[in-house]
Every structure is written in C-alpha cells, then in structure tokens.
Design a protein around this ligand. Structure first.
Ligand SMILES: *Cc1c(COP(=O)(O)O)cnc(C)c1O
Length: 378
C-alpha cells in the first residue's frame, strides 16, 4: 500500500522478479538443450519491451527474442540487446535494407520476399539468416504445409540466405483440442522428414507456445517460444496460477468520496438509478488508460483489501466505485483494478471472463493506454 505517491493518478506496477522466476521455471520445463525464445512483441504484452528485454539480455534469461514487426526489432537494437531477434510477422520488402543492417531475422513465407532478400544480401556480401514459417492449419499466414517442400527447395538454392530455423504456430493448443494439436505436429513431422531426405539441414525447429510448453512436451523440439507464461498471465484449460505469478498490477487512487440519496439519477443520460443510500468513490482511471474499462459495469476493484463494485460505465478518465460497505475508505487511497491487495486479488482472467472477451485473450487486458505510467519493482 502507498501513502502519498508520485506515481500519478493511475499506473501499472511490474514485478521484474516475477518475470525472472517465471522464465526460470520455463527453463525447468524444457530439456537442457532446448532453447527459450522470449516473445516480447506488442511492447512485451504491455509490460514495456525496453525494460523486459534488458533484463532478459543482461541476465541470460532467454536465448532469443521475438517481436512482431521491424519497428520493434529496431527498438531492441537501439537498446543494445545482443540476442538474436526474430520478426514474427508484418514484414515488407522495402524494409529489407534495415533488416540486414540491424542483423534481424525475418520470418519468411513468400518466395518474392525471399528473392528480394537474397538479392540485397548478395549486394552487401553477407549471408542472411531466415526462419521459415509453415502453416500447419488455423493460421492466416505462413507457407502452406503442402507447398512447403517445394518452397524450401527453392529458398535453399538462394545462395545468400541461410535457413537457420523453421517454425509453426500451434493455434489449436489454446483450445484444448488434443487431436488438432497432434494433427499439426504430424504434418510438421512429415515435412521435417521430407526436408531431411533432401539433405537440407535446418538447425532450429520451434513450435511450442505457452500452452504447448506445459501440455505437449513432444512439441518442444529445439526451441520454445514463450509469451503468456513469462508474464504470468492465465491460459484457458490449464491451471498456471499456482506455479506462475502475474507480473503486472494496475492501480489508481480515490480522488473524491460522495454520499448519494436513494432515487437519484446518475451518469451520462441519467440512466443509472440509485436504489438505496450509497457512498461512491471517484477513482482516477478511465477507459482512455485501460480500454477494457469500457465494460466496467461488470467489474469490481479493490479498496482497503475489500471488493468494491464499479457503478455504471467508466468515463474516459475516471470510474465510480461503490464503497457503501467500505466505511474506512479515504481520499487518496490506493485502488487495485487488477492485482493483489491484502488478502484479496483480481486477475486478468476474472476480468476477461466478466466482460466476456474470452479467456484465450486475457492477455489483451494488459494492453493499456499510454497515459498509464509503468513502475518497475526490481
Ligand atoms: C505471440 C506468439 C507466441 C507466444 O504465444 P504465448 O502463448 O503467449 O506464449 C508464440 N508464437 C508466435 C508465432 C506468436 O505470434
């Protein structure tokens, strides 16, 4: 709990030690010769890619990093990480000179892109590393698995490219549909044996995402890609809570407290009707800071270690919590939107279930607005 603070009106607290421990546990889940790639795309799932990548690089907590576009890759190079950086998606041909200059590794799934990349690499006199993305089902991008043998044969002939890796995304692992996961793995394994027959050596095969790391050890291959579990976010169908802790907490403060009489109309359009005497706290966070608060009328927040229901819809910069039952609440008190306070806690999983965005996407509630300051606990 804070007394007075200079954190501002709303902020996230990100516990670096939690991320560190989660990554150490992930290492323990995979064999010694399996590498770990930390997925820090989308600003490290809202946790701030600069700080997170620094910790990972400095402490050797992962062997490689993955981002989702060139800009994120360039940001990592500016910070100065020495780790290999794979760009998972969203790559365009005009970005090739920068990919080469900053030694980033693109995912490749178009022959047109591969030829352009090869031409530029030849001009620069280098051999450019690439990873081939295979679509084994359920993905919108990637080389279709049926066309992949031919694709790899052609790419392998491009002299200035080095096929360092091949990967697929186990979308089905999020759905608890074992047979679909095994189908994806079978398609990949067939492809890998075809590649072997062509005597093409691709050293790094990587497949597993967070659910697959836990539920499908046969999907670990040479490297796993981890996002969700590293941040301690929940997975559908798998209990992670007792082993992996959540790194991020979202907090704000009580800005004012007011008593209201029964029968008062309230809120925009005066559509919220108060049925009994109420005490309301105005809390300094709104949907500009945390877009999921657009659905705030289904949520609770924590004040003085107790649950306070949110009343009505949040506004852009504030929300109203019903503190009728929390008599000792004071202006300035810390309010937890998600995270822990004394013995109570609210998880992203609870929020995503209550606002019905689906548990698979409970990571999305970490994507907060720029108006939310990040405080790192080391
Ligand atoms: C985002 C992403 C991951 C990380 O998945 P988690 O389930 O969050 O660990 C892995 N692979 C690819 C291709 C991704 O886009």
């Amino acid at each position: 709990m804070i007394e007075s603070n200079d954190y501002g009106f709303c902020w996230t607290e990100i516990d670096i030690d939690v991320i560190r421990n989660n990554l150490i546990k992930i290492r323990e889940k995979v064999s010694n010769d399996t590498k770990v790639m930390a997925v820090i795309k989308s600003d490290a799932y809202g946790h701030g890619m600069e700080r997170i990548s620094q910790i990972i690089s400095n402490e050797g907590l992962a062997d490689a990093l993955a981002v989702s576009n060139l800009e994120e890759g360039l940001k990592l190079r500016r910070i100065g990480t020495g780790l290999p950086v794979l760009i998972l998606e969203n790559i365009f041909s005009e970005q090739i000179p920068q990919i080469i200059q900053y030694e980033l590794i693109p995912s490749v799934f178009s022959i047109y892109f591969a030829e352009n990349l090869n031409r530029e690499a030849k001009l620069k006199g280098i051999k450019q590393k690439i990873h081939i993305k295979v679509n084994t089902g359920y993905e919108s991008s990637g080389v279709d698995v049926e066309k992949c043998v031919d694709f790899i044969r052609r790419v392998n002939e491009l002299e200035n490219l080095e096929i360092e890796g091949i990967f697929t995304h186990l979308v089905s692992a999020y759905d608890n549909k074992k047979s679909l996961v095994y189908k994806q793995l079978e398609l990949l394994n067939n492809l890998l044996s075809e590649i072997k027959k062509m005597q093409i050596n691709i050293p790094i095969v990587h497949v597993a995402n967070s659910p697959a790391i836990l539920a499908y050890p046969e999907s670990h291959y040479d490297m796993v890609r981890v996002g969700t579990l590293m941040y301690g976010l929940s997975l559908p169908f798998i209990d992670t809570e007792h082993e992996f802790s959540q790194a991020m907490e979202l907090k704000a403060r009580i800005n004012s407290i007011n008593d209201f009489r029964q029968g008062k109309m309230f809120g925009y359009n005066c559509k919220d009707y108060i049925c009994s005497e109420k005490t309301f706290a105005t809390v300094s966070i709104g949907y500009y800071n945390a877009p999921f608060l657009l659905f705030s009328d289904h949520l609770d927040v924590l004040i003085r270690g107790k649950r306070a229901p949110v009343f009505g819809k949040a506004r852009m910069g504030s929300l109203i919590a019903d503190i009728t039952e929390i008599k000792d609440a004071k202006v300035g008190d810390e309010v937890v939107i998600f995270g822990k306070q004394f013995f109570e806690s609210i998880t992203p999983k609870e929020i995503s279930q209550r606002i019905n965005i689906g548990v698979t996407r409970c990571d999305s509630i970490c994507f907060l607005g720029n108006g939310t300051k990040k405080i790192y606990k080391e």
